[in-house]
Design a protein around this ligand. Structure first.
Ligand SMILES: *[C@@H]1O[C@H](CO)[C@@H](O)[C@H](O)[C@H]1NC(C)=O
Ligand SMILES: *[C@@H]1O[C@H](CO)[C@@H](O)[C@H](O)[C@H]1NC(C)=O
Ligand SMILES: *[C@H]1O[C@@H](CO)[C@H](O)[C@@H](O)[C@@H]1NC(C)=O
Length: 578
């Protein structure tokens, strides 16, 4: 019996060994063949004009966004050696306005036993004395064993926070034996309740996604709470958890430790299995350190998303200079690894967004930070332009490959809305969009924008609404459909879509799209539903890109008001003059 037990333990160990050796995450795929190749030429064609990018190489998660002594800091996962994932360090940039960025030397890179195999994602906390501390995940061996470390500024009088020190009393958190050490990462910003600091660490227990909670009194010694803050069966590894309060009254952001009766909490997780994120709004019980999502919300794969397109590993921070909560998210490429290697770069950060709670309490709202408007230059307008069925009208006179478009559509009635097939209720919005694309004639809609379009429409990325009549109410679908975006080969071209929970009594729908060469970020109905697509046109590039408004529904739609702007190029990661 004892021998049998011993043998089975041995077998388990052997199995664990095999598993952990093969346990490289989908997101952390290693490309040995490309790894050693350094980038010598950067292809300009699909590089963005005003989105955050370094001059070359691979980037992924935004890390530890913070505001300090008049500067915004953004750190991000970066491969200094190539355009594929690997050799990850924390690159570092600073900005006065979230739009113009200067780069500094990497802030955190492998150098100690506790992070020799990688410095992965993490967050910043501003201590009561005003100084920042970074928590990040250190990789300690080839099997991706993960522990949590801290780093502090070498000189906190330096507003650029150029140099970071990783003290020798690291790590702050080891995985205990009950935790899967190769699935234990991405510490959050800390918050404080009655003198107790708390952080979350993303993990999984078999296929249950888990946000482990750790507590500390002195910010050095951290103890695991008996219960995780929250966990959900079947959701797999939770990456990049983010947990923060939102106010019930108004649009101001709150510092992460704010609690009380006027506050709801948001928990967002990034699902490694689906490579999508979801969030819930709920109640945080400060005494029990438990989070209870509102029952009306889906707590799982089909939950609410910040963005129904290409958006991952996001993180918010509180900006005390303007009282905003600001969201950063990464958009990976939708071309192939070979193409990335050829381009010499991969990945962008999306335009930072202000987030706040919708007055209904049922979802968050998002809007690009107002500073972006500084980049608006030449403006064109359309007013009271009727769009009969089958019409498309060009918006001329702007740089359509690099633009900001804001439009209000109106329609005389909802009568012509197509019936909503009850079968669709079980489908993802994306599957409905796949069946009911921009070319499929409808009743009320499809209407919207044709972005990054070639003159003769061999290529275009439509962003559009379709209104359906369901049993109890109208259902509004917003699509950002990449299927016709490019004649190029080897591209991922999904018809991303989300439903929009919007009141249609005024018979209007608004849409704002940020178009930037290979990315289209669209905000439906004032930021109720947001979708980002990465697209790679080969004809509709630079001055061969066009912008149209269109309607392919039987109901006539009016462009009540459209403003489009050419967008200027900001300072983008030019090294800080020392
Ligand atoms: C631990 O996590 C790794 C990485 O996701 C996975 O490959 C492995 O199967 C997990 N081990 C156990 C025992 O669940
Ligand atoms: C710290 O930073 C301040 C402000 O940039 C600078 O004046 C000072 O010389 C720095 N101190 C050290 C020791 O580098
Ligand atoms: C981005 O790339 C596409 C195409 O390769 C994948 O399908 C996505 O899963 C991936 N997204 C993330 C967040 O890695």
């Amino acid at each position: 019996m004892a021998l049998l037990k011993f043998l089975s333990v041995l077998a388990l160990f052997a199995l664990l060994f095999v598993l952990s050796n093969n346990g490289v995450e989908a997101s952390h795929k290693i490309y040995p063949r490309y790894q050693s190749l350094s980038v010598d030429k950067v292809k300009q064609i699909h590089r963005t004009g005003y989105h955050f990018q370094p001059p070359k190489n691979w980037i992924n998660d935004p890390n530890a966004p913070l505001y300090y002594k008049g500067l915004y800091h953004l750190f991000y996962q970066y491969n200094p050696k190539g355009a594929v994932w690997g050799n990850i360090v924390w690159a570092h940039s600073v900005s006065k306005d979230l739009i113009n960025w200067e780069s500094l030397e990497p802030a955190i890179y492998p150098s100690k036993w506790f992070d020799n195999y990688g410095c992965w994602s993490g967050s910043a906390t501003i201590l009561p004395n005003g100084e920042p501390v970074i928590f990040y995940t250190g990789i300690v061996d080839e099997n991706n064993r993960q522990i949590q470390n801290y780093a502090v500024p070498a000189n906190s009088s330096d507003p650029y926070l150029r140099e970071w020190v990783k003290p020798d009393d690291n790590p702050i958190v080891y995985p205990d034996p009950s935790v899967n050490a190769s699935a234990f990462r991405d510490p959050t910003t800390a918050w404080r309740v009655d003198g107790h600091w708390k952080i979350l660490i993303g993990s999984k227990r078999r296929d249950r996604g888990v946000a482990y909670l750790y507590r500390s009194l002195d910010f050095k010694k951290w103890f695991k709470a008996k219960h995780p803050l929250h966990s959900v069966q079947g959701t797999g590894m939770w990456e990049c958890p983010d947990f923060f309060p939102v106010t019930l009254s108004g649009e101001e952001g709150l510092d992460t430790s704010v609690g009380g009766s006027n506050v709801r909490h948001v928990l967002k997780v990034s699902l490694d299995l689906t490579r999508y994120e979801y969030y819930t709004i709920g109640t945080y019980d400060e005494k029990k350190d438990r989070y209870y999502p509102d029952e009306a919300l889906v707590d799982g794969w089909a939950g609410l998303r910040y963005d129904y397109g290409n958006f991952y590993a996001s993180k918010t921070f509180f900006d005390p200079s303007t009282n905003r909560r600001i969201l950063w998210g990464w958009a990976n490429e939708s071309d192939s690894v070979r193409q990335d290697k050829n381009k010499g770069w991969a990945g962008i950060q999306l335009i930072p967004r202000r987030v706040w709670l919708d007055p209904s309490g049922k979802q968050l709202l998002q809007w690009p930070v107002a500073e972006l408007e500084k980049l608006r230059s030449h403006n064109v307008q359309l007013r009271n332009q009727k769009l009969y069925q089958g019409y498309h009208v060009e918006v001329k006179g702007i740089t359509a490959a690099q633009a900001d478009v804001d439009v209000t559509f109106s329609f005389p009635s909802l009568d012509k809305a197509e019936p909503f097939d009850p079968k669709w209720a079980k489908l993802d919005a994306l599957d409905v969009c796949a069946q009911k694309g921009s070319k499929a004639q409808g009743g009320l809609g499809p209407f919207g924008l044709l972005t990054l379009a070639s003159e003769k429409l061999e290529e275009f990325t439509p962003v559009f609404f379709r209104v359906f009549k369901a049993a109890d109410k109208h259902k509004v679908l917003l699509c950002s459909d990449a299927r016709s975006s490019s004649l190029g080969e080897g591209l991922y071209k999904p018809p991303f879509a989300g439903f929009v929970d919007v009141d249609l009594t005024d018979k209007k729908l608004t849409l704002r799209s940020l178009i930037d060469h290979s990315v289209v970020e669209s905000f439906g109905a004032g930021g109720r539903t947001v979708i980002t697509s990465r697209v790679y046109p080969i004809i509709a590039v630079f001055d061969k890109a066009h912008l149209f408004v269109f309607n392919n529904g039987r109901e006539t739609v009016t462009v009540e008001n459209l403003n489009a702007w050419s967008m200027k190029v900001p300072v983008m990661n030019v090294p800080v003059k020392s």
